[in-house]
Each structure stands twice: as structure tokens, then as C-alpha cells.
Design a protein around this ligand. Structure first.
Ligand code: ZN
Length: 698
């Protein structure tokens, strides 16, 4: 092999650097499996024997303690690939090289690059040249085997776990309120305080039917809820803290509290960036569900009932409270609003007014989590309208064209600036090179000079790195500009925008999409006398608007002050039905938008504390039926009869024709036996007429 190896290693390889890649997947392996680490470092000797000088063997060990399953966050592996692709590496060393990358894609990419840049690969078995077909085949196989090994290992582990789970014997971290007994069976926590807290949670939910109400109850009563510390020095201890909404939900959803053993409620899935996301699996697909596996806090029926309740609640209030895709409802700014008081995203609620859905914007995340009152609650109709106006006004084709032209101008200037920065980097590099040469030329025995020259060289190298870094950073920031496609989309939108926006046939969802194209977010703060709305457009422009505070719903239903004043005035001369008729004639409406009736007028008079018509008439000296009957010396019934006939002047003070009477004056009507009432009325009318005529003559 050695002979073969020496044949593959050529002078061109030896001129370049050798890279030793050292990796252990977990920190525990790093600490315990020192044997393997030592073997990895021993490869260095192998490289030396092949002809590399010791100082040109670079060890890359930044990935110690990182799993090899993906290259996503392995800095060392990335660096290795970079060095190889730049043609700086003559050979790559690694213990069982295929373990360099446990992911077949990363591995094959490394092989390809090695073949292109004529880089050799060395492991304990020998030297490979990826440019040779045979070697590449072998390396490819090794990679596949390595991946398969990982798969088999995992399958074996998973299989063991599944078998145990099927028997209900798998150790799963006990939820709060449970502990493992010595014989490995789960039981209710003997700690009475913990037990009672959990029981209280379930009882409160039974009583109120809402997780939110449970949080509120615990917060109002200042009750704490236990939680177990899972990491750190006090691992396993129980601490007490306030109860959060998410915790209540987790407990209510957890079937273990109903004494059931479950496995497979969630799935881990890997994303493209190498992150993991947890997905909830529907109940029918749970792998294992063993009811009555151990004692529980509630029975299975109650668990099912709780699930149904929670599901109903969630439909009532909307499942998603984060920034969300546009939905069907008319709230224009749904998902774009930020609370100006606490910085959290606001959510939408709707209420119905006169058959229309009206949006309310609410900041309630904190409130939900800790059972506090909501942070802000603002009716949204006026805000939506204002934002719509602003957009139509801001988005004319002219303004957009100007904006895009300015953008283009800025872009060319940025490129100039970039060239300048690039020159600075070149200059720094040149100076570093000078310093290097000065250092190399000095006699190494002259320590004093050599040391100061070395320090100079180092500081120059640092300057190069800094200049390069600032150049790169600036450049990547400059790149954040509108690309051609976006530009075209914006221009196209702007020409058709106002028509499309105002067209009633445009669905709310489309309108919301347009808003999302144009706006980054909108921040709302309710101030003392107005509503501050801060709008951020895409691209950084900002607008701040002040809107009058939206009226609360009772304010909107209130009778207008001038109507109340009119009623006050009319009450001096008219009873309620007449006032109602007069107001309706003037086209006025009640606060709820209805025509007036005697009853509504009476209610307004009472609730606004206006003096009643009765009081007003009494104040003006009017007499009640009884009083005037006494003055005239007749029965009250006769008074009403005389009033109907017109012998007395009575004024109605309510809608039922109850009257108060003017004092009879000098010539009160008298009982006149034998004369018909109608004749007396005619005589009296004649008499008054006569008196008027006399007055005219005078
Ligand atoms: Zn808030």
C-alpha cells in the first residue's frame, strides 16, 4: 500500500497543505472516547511519512461535539470544503473518511470537489485519488455504507423504543403531578401540595370550561403552580411559579392525566435548514394508546369531553394568533398590526353591527398567558379606512416611477462605493505583504527586531481581515434592493391599484394581499385624546397618522346632545307624543337610529335628568284634578268632563291624557242644573268672542 500511496502523492500535492479533520459527534464522545480522538490525531504522522512537513498540516477540530448528520451548522466541515474548492488542500485526512460526512449529499459533494481540485483523501486504510474511477467508487461505497450504518443503528434504537412503548413500559418523563414509583410504575405524586394544585386546575376547568378562565382564577387568587426543573444543578427539583395559558393547555391535552399511556403524539421532522420542527399527530394515528395504564386525575370520558370543549373554544376565538396569512374576514390589517404599548402582534376579533362584520384589533397575548386584562382593544373600521386612503393616495404611477428611479441612482452609487472599499482591502493586503517580506528578510537570531517585525505583520494581517469583513458586510447590505421582478410587479400594481382597491367586487382577501405587498407593519397606540397609527411601508418609508379615538359602542348609541336640548325645550309646551312627532318631522333619529316614540322621549327625559313635564306644569302653578275640584267645589269626574267640553283648560303631562289644570280665574264655570253642557259651551264661546271684539274696538 505504501508504495501505491507514494505513487498517488505527487509534488503538486506536497506543495499544498494537508488538512486533518477531527470530529466526534457528541460532547460525551469527546470526553470518553479519547482513544478515537487520539487515532484521529495519529493520522498526522501518516501524512508526515508521506512527505508533508509538520507545519503544513492544518488540524480542523472546530466540529468536536457536533453531529455529522448534516453540514448545516458544522463550521469546520464548511471550512474544509472551502479550502478544498480553492485548491489549497493537497490531501484531506480523516479517520474512516466516510464519517467526514454522515450525510450522503455532503459527502458526494466533497468527493466531486476533491476530484476537480486534484485533492487526495487519506484514511487509516490508505490514500485515495477521487479523480480515479476505482477510488471514487470505493469512496462512494464507503459513504453509502456509513449512511446505512447510521440508519441501522437508528432503526435498532427506534425498534427497541417502540417495543417498550407498545408494552407501556417506556420511560417517559413524568408530567407534573406524577412520579415513577420504585418498581417503574407511574403514580400520582405523593406530594400533597403538588397534587392539590393539579386537581384544582382540573376542577377549575370543569367549572369554567375555559383554559383562559383557569389562568385567570389562578392569577386572581395568586396561586402558584409547580414545575419541575429539567436542567442545571437543581435538576429534578420542584419550583412554584404563576400558571400560564400554554401550560394549562398542555396539561388539559395530555392523556396521561387521564391515566393513559401514549406514545407517538408528536413527530419530529427535519427542515431544509437542518432545524427540527415538532408536528402534532391526530389521535387516530397515535402509535400507542393504553387506557387505564395507571392512576389519573380524571377519567377518560372527562378527558374526551375536555378535548371537545377546548376544540370548540379554539374555533370560537381563532386558532392562530401570530402573523398569519390573509383570511376571508374584512379586517384589512389582520396579521400586520403591532401593539405600540408592548410590541406584541395584535389579533383580530369581529363584532357584528347592523349586519356588518366590524373588526376590532386586540393585543391579548400577555393577557391570555397570565390572565391579565387585555393590553389594547381598538375598534378597527376607522383605521382600515384611513390606511386604504393612504395607500390609494401614495400609490400613483408617478410617485412609484420617481421612487424606482431614485432607487436605481442609489444603486449605481453603491457600486462605486463598493469599488472604493475593494481598493482599501487591496491596499491593506499590499501593506501586509510588505510587512511579511520585511519579517522574512530579517536574521532570525536578531530576536528583538524579528519580534517587532512579526508583531507589525500580525497587526497588518488583522487590518486586512477587518477591511475585508467590512467590505463584505456592506456589500451584502447593499444587495438588499428591489430586483427586476419586484419592480415590475410594483409598477403593474400601481396603475391598476385605485380601481382595483375601490371595486366592491374585489374580495377582502385580495385587498389584504395588496396591503401585504405594500406595508411592512402598522403600529397602534391609544393615546389620551387620539389614536396614533404608525405605518411602515415596504422599503422603509414611514407615515404617522393621528385618528380621533373611535367611539365606544355605547357612545355610538348615545342620543346626540342637540337632540336632548331640543327635547328639553319642547317639554315646556308639549306632551311626549307630540314631541316625538315633532322630532320625527325634523328627520331626527334616536341614538340607535330609530324614529322617536313617546316612550323613547320619556326615557331620554328620565335618563338625562331633564325636569319632567309634570314638574314643569306644577311649577307654573297648574293644579291637579283634586285641587281644582276642591276649588270649584265639584267632583273630580265633573272636572274631566268640563275639560273635555272645553270649559276648563287642562294640559296633558303624559301620553295617557292625564292633565293638570290652569286655575279657573275670576269666572269659574259653575254647576248649572237643567242646562245642557253643549249649550253652555256655545254660550261661553260667544261671550269670549264678544270680549275680543270689544278689545278690538278699544
Ligand atoms: Zn400590547
Amino acid at each position: 500500500m505504501t508504495h501505491d500511496a507514494h505513487q498517488k502523492v505527487k509534488a503538486s500535492h506536497l506543495k499544498r497543505t494537508a488538512y486533518l479533520y477531527v470530529r466526534q459527534s457528541t460532547l460525551r464522545q469527546v470526553l470518553e472516547n479519547t482513544e478515537s480522538t487520539q487515532r484521529q490525531y495519529a493520522l498526522k504522522q501518516h501524512a508526515v511519512s508521506l512527505g508533508w512537513p509538520l507545519d503544513r498540516i492544518v488540524v480542523i477540530d472546530t466540529d468536536l461535539g457536533q453531529s455529522g448528520a448534516s453540514a448545516a451548522d458544522r463550521e469546520g466541515f464548511k471550512r474544509l470544503v472551502t479550502e478544498v474548492s480553492l485548491g489549497r488542500a493537497g490531501i484531506v485526512l480523516g479517520l474512516e473518511v466516510s464519517r467526514l460526512a454522515r450525510n450522503s449529499m455532503d459527502w458526494h459533494r466533497l468527493l466531486e470537489i476533491c476530484a476537480l481540485s486534484d485533492t487526495l483523501i487519506l484514511d487509516e486504510d490508505g490514500v485515495y485519488d477521487p479523480a480515479h474511477f476505482n477510488d471514487r467508487l470505493l469512496l462512494g461505497l464507503k459513504g453509502t455504507m456509513s449512511e446505512a450504518e447510521l440508519h441501522v443503528l437508528r432503526a435498532r434504537l427506534q425498534g427497541g423504543i417502540r417495543n417498550k412503548a407498545r408494552r407501556g413500559e417506556l420511560f417517559i418523563r413524568p408530567p407534573m403531578g406524577f412520579v415513577y414509583a420504585t418498581e417503574g410504575k407511574m403514580e400520582i405524586d405523593p406530594d400533597q401540595q403538588v397534587q392539590q394544585a393539579v386537581r384544582l386546575l382540573f376542577e377549575t376547568f370543569r367549572r369554567t370550561g375555559s383554559a383562559m378562565a383557569v389562568v385567570k382564577y389562578f392569577a386572581d387568587q395568586e396561586l402558584k403552580f409547580p414545575r419541575r426543573v429539567h436542567t442545571g444543578p437543581s435538576q429534578g427539583e420542584v419550583t412554584w411559579a404563576g400558571l400560564e395559558h400554554s401550560r394549562v393547555l398542555r396539561i388539559l391535552h395530555n392523556p396521561r392525566y387521564a391515566g393513559a399511556f401514549v406514545y407517538g403524539r408528536t413527530h419530529m421532522r427535519k427542515t431544509l435548514d437542518g432545524d427540527y420542527v415538532v408536528q402534532h399527530v391526530p389521535r387516530e394515528e397515535w402509535e400507542v394508546l393504553i387506557r387505564q395504564a395507571h392512576a389519573g386525575y380524571i377519567d377518560w370520558d372527562e378527558y374526551e369531553q375536555n378535548q371537545r370543549r377546548l376544540h370548540d373554544n379554539c374555533q370560537a376565538y381563532g386558532a392562530d394568533r401570530r402573523r398569519s396569512p390573509p383570511r376571508e374576514g374584512p379586517a384589512l390589517l389582520q396579521g400586520l398590526l403591532i401593539c405600540g404599548r408592548c410590541g406584541k402582534r395584535m389579533t383580530v376579533r369581529y363584532h357584528s353591527r347592523r349586519g356588518h362584520l366590524m373588526p376590532d384589533y386586540v393585543c391579548q397575548r400577555e393577557g391570555i398567558e397570565h390572565g391579565e386584562p387585555v393590553c389594547q382593544h381598538i375598534p378597527g373600521a376607522a383605521i382600515d379606512e384611513k390606511v386604504g386612503e393612504l395607500l390609494v393616495e401614495a400609490l400613483t404611477p408617478v410617485t412609484i416611477d420617481v421612487a424606482l428611479a431614485v432607487q436605481g441612482e442609489l444603486q449605481t452609487r453603491l457600486e462605486e462605493a463598493d469599488r472604493l472599499r475593494q481598493q482599501q482591502v487591496e491596499r491593506a493586503r499590499y501593506e501586509a505583504e510588505l510587512a511579511r517580506r520585511r519579517y522574512l528578510r530579517v536574521d532570525p537570531d536578531n530576536r528583538l527586531v524579528a519580534d517587532s517585525l512579526e508583531a507589525d505583520w500580525n497587526s497588518k494581517l488583522k487590518l486586512v481581515a477587518e477591511a475585508q469583513e467590512s467590505c463584505d458586510r456592506q456589500r451584502s447590505e447593499d444587495r438588499k434592493h428591489v430586483d427586476e421582478q419586484q419592480r415590475a410587479a410594483i409598477l403593474a400594481l400601481s396603475t391598476a391599484f385605485p380601481q382595483l382597491w375601490c371595486d366592491p367586487a374585489t374580495p377582502d382577501r385580495e385587498r389584504k394581499r395588496m396591503v401585504r405587498l405594500l406595508l411592512e407593519d402598522v403600529t397602534l397606540v391609544r393615546e389620551d385624546h387620539h389614536l396614533a397609527v404608525h405605518i411602515r411601508f415596504k422599503g422603509g418609508a414611514q407615515r404617522s397618522e393621528q385618528l380621533p379615538l373611535p367611539q365606544r359602542s355605547w357612545e355610538q348609541r348615545q342620543t346626540k346632545p342637540d337632540v336632548v336640548a331640543t327635547i328639553d325645550r319642547l317639554l315646556d309646551h308639549h306632551p311626549y307624543p307630540e314631541i316625538a312627532a315633532k322630532l320625527n318631522e325634523e328627520g331626527l333619529h334616536s341614538g340607535e337610529g330609530l324614529p322617536f316614540t313617546a316612550r323613547i322621549v320619556a326615557r331620554i327625559q328620565r335618563s338625562y335628568g331633564l325636569a319632567s313635564r309634570y314638574d314643569r306644569l306644577r311649577k307654573a302653578g297648574m293644579l291637579t284634578v283634586e285641587e281644582i275640584a276642591k276649588v270649584l267645589g265639584v267632583h273630580p269626574q265633573r272636572v274631566t268632563r268640563w275639560n273635555r267640553a272645553g270649559l276648563l283648560r287642562g294640559l296633558a303631562y303624559n301620553g295617557k291624557n292625564d292633565c293638570l289644570y290652569e286655575p279657573p280665574g275670576d269666572n269659574p264655570p259653575r254647576k248649572a242644573m237643567g242646562v245642557k253642557l253643549s249649550e253652555r259651551v256655545a254660550a261661553r264661546a260667544l261671550a269670549t268672542q264678544g270680549a275680543q271684539e270689544v278689545q278690538c274696538e278699544a
